[in-house]
Design a binder for this molecule. Sequence first.
Ligand code: FES
Length: 163
Amino acid sequence: MMYSKNVMEHFMKPKNSGTIKNADGVGQAGNIVCGDVMFIFIKVKDDVIMDLKFKALGCVAAIATSSIVTELAKGKTIDQALEMSNQDIVEALGGLPPVKVHCSLLAIDALKEAIYDYLKKQDREIPAELERAHERISKEVQGIEGKFGNFVEKQREFLLDKK
Ligand code: FES
């Protein structure tokens, strides 16, 4: 089997798919290799992530990792969520084929961006590591816009239901 049982379960029945109205933070990430994009929405109370949803146009690995990231981050504090690594996600899924590991970065990056957005809106200090991650992730989003052009905008509109 190409994918672990856990990957297939999260792909076939993703958890927390959708959007959150009036989310406290919204993060977007894109994959420069394939042009896929993803959004994660978070609702935060007393610095604890109470709810998360994701919307993604991506492959099996991208959907499965988004699903598990939303499950693992729910109930974590902002600091705990920022400590989650891509390795944690891949391990929780029971592994990914090496060729698909880059896809798994999308979910953790979108989560970091949602937290960045939340902290910015709160006018809070951004940890240096998160600031560096934000620069890298937003550069990648700009990169896919340059590489895939209109296609990226269409995906974004589709995911966010804008007409
Ligand atoms: S092929 Fe695009 S995210 Fe996996």
